[in-house]
Every structure is written in C-alpha cells, then in structure tokens.
Design a protein around this ligand. Structure first.
Ligand SMILES: Cc1cc2nc3c(=O)[nH]c(=O)nc-3n(C[C@H](O)[C@H](O)[C@H](O)COP(=O)(O)O)c2cc1C
Length: 378
C-alpha cells in the first residue's frame, strides 16, 4: 500500500498533480514570486547542504517523535497553513486535519482556509493552530482572534511576510482570484481537466470558509502593510495562548520578537512566494539560530521536498518543521491515499537519514556536527 499510485517521491506527486489539476490551480500552488529565481536558489541551497554519514553506532531503534510546546508530536513535521487547500482535492482540509490528529502534529489552519476554523479544530482532535493575517486597519483581524479564542485554539500563528500579496506571474497569467471566478479562459482550462472539474461541481467550488460576509469580509488583495510593533504588542496582550510568528528571515527581527513576547518563530520565505530576492530560508535559519541561541523555539518551512530536507532543517537549527506545497500535490495526485503515501515516505526518509547519520532521536540531529564540509576548502 505504501508505494502505490506511482508515487515514490514528492516529485512524483507533483508530476501527477500537474496532470490532474487545471493549470490555474497548479500554478496557484506551485508558483513563486517574480522570476522565481528565489525558488531556484532556495532549492539549490538545500541541495548544497551535505550531511556526514557515520558508522557503528547501533541505530536499530529510531524515534521520530519530538516534544513541541511540551506536548509529544509523533512526527518531526507538521502542516504549514495554506489557503484554499480544497482546490487541490475535495475535502483536502479535512484530510489534513485527520492526519494531524493521527500523528499528533500541528495543523496550520489558514485565515483563508476552505473549511471553517471551528470544524478544523474539532477534526484535528485539537492539534490545529490558527494562522492570522493582519489586514486593513486590523479591526477584522481582531474579530478573528476572538473567534479563534472562543473556538478553543491554544496556538496562534501570526504571518508577517505578506505586507502586500506578492506578484506571482504564473498565478496572475491565469486570472486566479478568490472568491473563484470562472471566465472563458478558466472554462477551457476546466474542460480540459474534467476529473477535477466534475469533483468541484459535485462538491461545490471551494470558498474562503471563515467569512460568511456578515461579520467580516476578507479581501485577499487588501493591503496588510499597516501592521507595526504596536500591533504586535496589542496582539500579545489579548492572546493568552502560544504566539508563533511566521515569515521571519532577519536575525534582528527574531531577537526583537523574542523580547516582545513571541513564543516561537517560524523561519520561512513563504515558499518563495513573496520576495524573489529573499535569501534561502534554510540559510537564514542557521543565522537566526546563531542569534537567538540554542533554547528559543525556532520552526522552519519553505522548500522541504524530502525526508533528507527535513533532517537538514533540524541540523541547521529547527525545533520543528512544516510542510507546504508537497502535501497539496499529494492530495491532488491521489486524494487521501496520496497524502498517506507522501506522509509515510517522508517518515521513512527521515528515519533512513537518521540511520545514515548514526542517530536514534530527532534531538540528536540538532547539531551542525552532521554537516559535511569539504576539507580542501578549509
Ligand atoms: C497554495 C499556498 C497557499 C498558502 N497560503 C498561506 C496562508 O494562507 N497563510 C500562510 O501563513 N502561509 C501560506 N502559505 C505558505 C505556507 O504556509 C508555507 O510557508 C510554504 O508553502 C512553504 O514552502 P513550500 O511550499 O515550498 O514547502 C501558502 C502556500 C501555498 C503553496
């Protein structure tokens, strides 16, 4: 069961997803900012990290669990918040919630999720974290914070790397909009991808489910640029639970956020969807870890494509790792079975990499001793 559907790597899942999804949806998920140099550089930086295998260390019993905010997570990776997941497959949000519940890992629920935040908290067995975007003058944002509190969320993820939505030419070319609009161009695209289109017809076209238009209308393109440090302080005062700040690449920002009361920072380039010239997030992680010291919780996402990449993020300083696009591709490729296949293959790859490196726990990965450096260049 593990390797059916022709998925043996996340690249296989992406390839199948590309066949099945309308071009508009594939490019919304896969696209990156600007000329996509940042995405290419980020992939190269990840590849350039080399790990040193070790021998004779008895690595027969390997444990993939980690402690996250003093709770056990059964896998060293969770689900990064993503808007409109149900575009990848009908019921995708709920598939993610279920797998998060099974493995006791965080399920990032986006402000613009396609299933409402209350339903997802229940479906994830309480493992969901609510992701917040500041928008407009911030008043609607504060309503969402209250709603997440009432629903029973214990962790809020504040995403700060979208002061304005990045220009992603591939997405723009297809006229991608939320809420969904179907013009002649999209009609042809959907007609050429009947499997996806029929499923969307039966299941209803995906919506931004946290907004019913009564309380607060969310406009995805509205500016989020007015957020400043006083807004952060206000949020810290009203949110009693854990506060994670996502989208930080600068060590000084990380230090100031720690001082201002953030409980953790998620180092991320938003999957290179915001600033084409951003540094590879995996290298920023190393710099931020050096700045904040060993004890402050740092999470990581952006560009994870394999179990080896997950291990690399721990070696570079992460305390937990989040997955993005590859999960959407897994579900687009083969629904819940695709998701399970990708989830299991990543777990297996992490475990095999640990065996190669001579470690039996994720905590043992958190040292740059595992990095290979070319002695000729020393
Ligand atoms: C289709 C899509 C939608 C996303 N929506 C959100 C969102 O609503 N909120 C957020 O904080 N990040 C969002 N992200 C960014 C992800 O949380 C994460 O940072 C990124 O996908 C990681 O990069 P990767 O996909 O290369 O692994 C989105 C990413 C994708 C691909």
């Amino acid at each position: 069961m593990l390797f059916d559907a022709g998925i043996h790597s996340t690249a296989d899942a992406r390839r199948l997803a590309q066949k099945r999804l309308p071009w508009m949806v594939f490019d919304y998920i896969d696209g990156a900012a600007g000329q996509e140099h940042g995405a290419a550089l980020s992939a190269q930086a990840m590849q350039d990290i080399r790990l040193t295998p070790r021998v004779l260390r008895n690595v027969a019993a390997r444990d993939l669990s980690v402690s996250l905010f003093d709770k056990p997570a059964l896998r060293p990776f969770g689900i990064s918040p993503m808007g409109m997941c149900n575009l990848s497959a009908p019921g995708a949000d709920l598939m993610l919630a279920k797998i998060a519940q099974e493995h006791r890992v965080p399920h990032g629920v986006s402000t613009v999720a396609s299933t409402n935040l209350e339903t997802l908290l229940k479906a994830s067995g309480g493992t969901a974290w609510f992701q917040l975007y500041f928008t407009g003058d911030g008043s609607g944002t504060l309503k969402l914070v209250e709603r997440a509190k009432t629903a029973g969320y214990d962790t809020l993820v504040l995403t700060l790397d979208v002061p304005e939505v990045g220009r992603r030419p591939r997405e723009l070319r297809h006229g991608f909009k939320m809420p969904f609009r179907i013009g002649p161009r999209q009609f042809v695209d959907f007609a050429l991808h009947p499997r996806w289109s029929l499923a969307a017809l039966v299941g209803g076209s995906p919506k931004m489910a946290n907004f019913d238009g009564k309380d607060y209308v969310f406009d995805r393109t509205e500016s989020r640029a007015a957020a400043d440090w006083s807004y952060f302080d206000k949020l810290r005062t009203i949110w009693p639970g854990k506060l994670v700040v996502k989208g930080v690449l600068n060590p000084e920002d990380a230090l100031r956020l720690r001082e201002a009361g953030a409980d953790a920072i998620q180092v991320s380039s938003h999957g290179c969807r915001q600033l084409d010239s951003a540094p590879p997030a995996i290298l920023a992680l190393r710099d931020i870890r050096a700045a904040v010291g060993p004890d402050f919780p740092l999470f990581f996402d952006s560009g994870i494509r394999s179990g080896e990449d997950i291990v690399k993020a721990y070696v570079m300083g992460a305390d937990f790792v989040f997955l993005g696009r590859i999960l959407l591709f897994a579900m687009a490729a083969s629904g819940v079975s695709g998701l399970n296949i990708v989830w299991n293959l990543l777990s297996q790859e992490v475990s095999l990499t640990m065996a190669q490196l001579g470690v039996t726990t994720i905590a043992d990965l958190k040292t740059q001793d595992h990095l290979w450096t070319c002695s000729a260049s020393n």
